[in-house]
Design a protein around this ligand. Structure first.
Ligand SMILES: [Zn+2]
Length: 442
């Protein structure tokens, strides 16, 4: 574990040791002969190691082949060599989003509006667009946490064939949910030990890289986000079946009770960690936090959810005032956003829980950096925020052997920004260059 300097440790996930090399997320066409020479002002490699001044990175085909200091090596020459110089640029590994929903992305529309109005084909086209928007925002790898039917499997097949350009996509396909549970309209409802085992097998057969479990209700109309949905027995069966097939698991947990159930079952990652009590209040539970830390369970706190909505309401309040309904909505959204940030800060500072960055992108793709800004505001150092959005995230997703850091042999997934993200994390709002597997996208 020599590439992990001090900081929050990477929890071992021995059940899929070695499986990382099996290309989670699959591959896309790339130019084997292409060589890129990239020079920048500084390099931040994603592992938490100190930034390096005046680096030069050479990529060949899909991989990073040389990392050195400018002037230290003879640069390759020839017709296949493409030279990029960014004298003011900071070179980083491509960013990773641990939580997207590519089929959505209709601003202002509820889940139900989209589900009722749009066909799978329309969702697929929108997903392709969302994937590209995210890629241009520097997200070269994403984990997809739930779409209807085979929308994301088809998108990935299109990317594999070169019909569309997209980030590396680690897919759950459809989330496993109880009958009538959160996201039931994705069509993977499953109940009981036998039922959930069959669902996991079906998803893996369709191409799932991980299993997403809806362990509590959520923002869908008929579910209850204050209460767990699956029993521990069912969750254990899902985890057991997934691990047996070499797939990690992640659970959507808004209710505190669902976090406890997920921990009992040994789920690998917790999404949201809402700490919502049965009475609907947000209440951090240090005993539960201690368990998350002790078990080495990753948390993807999706801290930015609700934030843009809150911003819009605050702006309107200042400009023209709010209706009573809007006032109430603002109050709720504020409580949610404040608690998300507070809980993240406590998990990170008091319990050293491994935190990874995920947008839960539903309405806005490409708006990745805001989550990092909130993570920094919650008390994480900028270096840790970068690590959470690159190397640590890659390990959490089972893709740590392939992406997540600038190291020889890893995929040439690279970004350049023009300001120093160690000084101001907002630097990651604007990309100067995005490269995926040696192909320049932006
Ligand atoms: Zn989600």
């Amino acid at each position: 574990m020599d590439d992990y300097p001090p900081g929050i440790a990477v929890p071992p996930q021995s059940f899929y040791k070695g499986l990382e090399r099996l290309e989670p997320g699959g591959s896309v066409p790339y130019d084997e002969d292409r060589i890129n020479v990239i020079e920048a002002k500084a390099l931040i490699d994603g592992t938490g190691a100190r930034a390096v001044d005046h680096p030069v990175v050479v990529t060949k085909g899909r991989h990073i082949s040389i990392i050195d200091r400018q002037g230290q090596i003879a640069l390759p020459e020839g017709p296949n060599v493409h030279h990029y110089s960014f004298p003011d640029g900071y070179l980083l590994p491509g960013l990773i989003d641990s939580h997207t929903h590519l089929m959505f992305g209709v601003a202002g529309a509820s889940y139900e509006d989209v589900i009722e109005n749009d066909s799978d084909e329309v969702m697929l086209l929108r997903a392709a667009q969302n994937a590209m928007i995210h890629l241009k925002a520097g997200v070269t790898t994403l984990r997809e946490n739930g779409a209807r039917n085979k929308v994301t499997f088809n998108l990935r097949e299109g990317a594999r064939r070169g019909y569309v350009t997209a980030p590396r996509m680690l897919l759950c396909g459809r989330p496993v949910t109880v009958t009538g549970g959160h996201f039931y309209w994705c069509n993977q409802q499953a109940d009981g030990v036998e039922g959930v085992r069959a669902a996991v097998r079906e998803l893996v057969k369709d191409g799932a890289d991980h299993i997403k479990i809806m362990a509590s209700g959520g923002g869908t109309a008929i579910t209850d986000l204050r209460r767990p949905s699956y029993t521990v027995e069912e969750l254990r069966a899902i985890v057991d079946e997934a691990h047996n097939m070499g797939k990690p698991t992640t659970a959507h947990c808004l209710a505190t009770g669902s976090i406890v159930n997920a921990l009992d079952a040994g789920v690998d990652m917790i999404e949201h960690a809402g700490f919502i009590e049965p009475d609907g209040s947000y209440k951090f539970d240090p005993y539960v936090a201690e368990r998350i830390a002790k078990q080495g369970t990753y948390v993807s706190p999706t801290v930015q959810t609700g934030y843009r909505g809150m911003e819009a309401l605050l702006n309107k309040q200042e400009r023209e005032g709010l209706s009573p309904i809007e006032e109430q909505r603002l109050e709720w959204t504020k409580a949610k956003c404040d608690s998300q940030m507070e809980f993240l800060g406590r998990l990170y500072k008091d319990w050293q829980v491994p935190i990874v960055s995920g947008t839960d992108a539903i309405s806005a793709f490409g708006d990745y950096c805001i989550g990092l800004e909130i993570m920094a505001e919650a008390g994480m150092s900028n270096m840790e925020v970068i690590r959470s959005s690159t190397n640590l995230n890659a390990h959490a997703l089972g893709a740590g052997e392939i992406v997540g850091s600038i190291q020889v042999g890893k995929d040439a997934d690279l970004i350049v920004v023009d300001k120093n993200p160690l000084e101001d994390i907002k630097a990651l709002r604007t990309m100067t260059m995005v490269m995926r597997m040696g192909k320049r996208i932006l």
